[in-house]
Design a protein around this ligand. Structure first.
Ligand code: CA
Length: 436
């Protein structure tokens, strides 16, 4: 659980970055209709939550450095007894100050009146420019309102700037408390993955494995961090397969990409295992290449490694492995140069992980790959996907394998946050033999 002090520190950092002649505006997303009048469960926008610690929809935060009344303001809903009767306790203006540590709090209904006053005298407005056209328009409308006041004309902001690169840069380095959340999220998802390995039987349906995962993670006060992918047999080769509605066949593999969200922090884990608990020779051959590729990528993923280097390490092992099995022909160098491995390995080896499963942060700047630094968290997820109609020996057709772990970069190397899920062939087969 991240304390209000940490959120406050982040707002101070934004204040320092933008400077006294600027103002930053960060809005929460509203609720979202699923169908009819039923809503999706509300989940705050990651940037808004990262700076506020606020869980309520219809809120908006302003950071105005060196203002006489303090740097930060939360606009939220006033407590409404009728609303509380239907929807439970609300934050309210007093708690915005006392629990979340904002200097000031105003009713969200007063925003169009107060915002132009807050903008007045500030040169620049920082916000998530270009991310939401309705909100872009609101910021322009508020700016226009300052302009339209004769007395304030010379004091209206004249630059609208994206806050995104600054927030991305902060969010890519995880604090101690964030790392604890990510570890917890990985631990919970790991329990779910182990449960699926232990309960899997031929003729079960993919959604029944999903049920085992969901039971485990919800039991631990967590929810999925994205739609789980549970692909038996050739479905494993559909990278974003989320139907999860087919029967698991004896002799097939099942690929499961599923993560948990704990305190809004995501885990993202993939394992591939045999439906009947024992890898066939052909499945084991492909699986071992992917595992070796992951080991090679993990060995690279340390401070100073450029983002492409651990991917390149995985590509090298995968390409060599496919050559050894005769699925590719020619030499290693040419196959890599000509990207011929791409028909079997068509995605990158990892992404940033944090509040979002594909977390914010650049992968390259000015054409140069970003270097890994301590407290960054990435996934490492090589895979091989052999289409059911590929021109390869029949025994390999329809095999899809991905192995994905969540990895914290430390000053000494790295730490696999998701290490509690077995991944060697022997360990997987052993855990699948054990009764639940
Ligand atoms: Ca994943």
């Amino acid at each position: 659980m991240i304390e209000s002090n940490e959120f406050r520190k982040r707002r101070k950092q934004i204040a320092k970055i933008i400077g006294h002649d600027s103002i930053a505006i960060i809005a929460a997303k509203g609720t979202c209709i699923r169908n009819g009048d039923a809503e999706y469960k509300y989940r705050p926008d990651s940037n808004f939550y990262y700076l506020s610690g606020c869980h309520e929809p219809n809120s908006l935060m302003v950071i105005c450095p060196e203002s006489d009344e303090g740097d930060d303001i939360l606009f939220c809903q006033e407590i409404n007894k009728n609303n509380e009767t239907w929807n439970g306790p609300m934050l309210g203006l007093e708690n915005a100050k006392h629990k979340l540590g904002f200097n000031r709090a105003y009713d969200i209904k007063s925003i169009d009146r107060i915002m132009p006053q807050l903008m007045q005298g500030r040169d620049k407005v920082y916000f998530m420019l270009g991310m939401d056209s309705d909100f872009d328009k609101r910021v322009v409308d508020w700016t226009h309102k300052v302009f339209s006041e004769k007395w304030a004309k010379s004091q209206a902001p004249h630059e609208l700037i994206s806050l995104k690169p600054f927030l991305d840069d902060m969010r890519v380095y995880k604090s101690k408390e964030e790392i604890k959340c990510l570890q917890k999220s990985a631990d919970i998802a790991a329990l779910g993955h182990v449960k699926m390995m232990q309960t899997c039987q031929p003729n079960m349906y993919e959604y029944q494995l999903n049920a085992e995962f969901m039971h485990t993670i919800t039991y631990h006060n967590s929810s999925p961090s994205y739609l789980p992918i549970i692909g038996g047999g050739r479905n494993a080769c559909i990278l974003h397969y989320v139907k999860n509605n087919e029967k698991l066949i004896d002799g097939d593999l099942v690929l499961i990409d599923a993560g948990a969200e704990y305190d809004y922090y995501a885990s993202d884990i993939t394992r591939t295992f045999p439906v009947n608990g024992t890898f066939s020779k052909a499945q084991a051959e492909i699986y071992q290449i992917v595992l070796d590729a992951q080991t090679a990528a993990l060995a690279k993923a340390k401070v100073g490694c450029h983002y492409n280097e651990f991917h390149d390490a995985a590509v090298k092992v995968i390409t060599q492995g496919l050559l050894d099995l005769g699925l590719l022909t020619g030499d290693l160098k040419t196959n890599i140069e000509e990207n011929s491995y791409i028909k079997f390995y068509m995605h990158k080896t990892g992404h940033w992980l944090g509040l979002d499963v594909h977390d914010c942060g650049e992968y390259s700047v000015d054409g140069l790959w970003v270097e890994l630094e301590p407290n960054m968290v990435i996934t490492i997820e090589p895979g091989i996907y052999i289409s059911h109609d590929a021109k390869v020996p029949k025994k390999y057709r329809g095999i899809g394998v991905r192995i994905e772990d969540d990895v914290l970069i430390t000053s000494k190397g790295n730490k696999v946050l998701s290490e509690n899920v077995p991944k060697s062939i022997a360990d997987i087969e052993e855990i699948m033999r054990k009764p639940v």
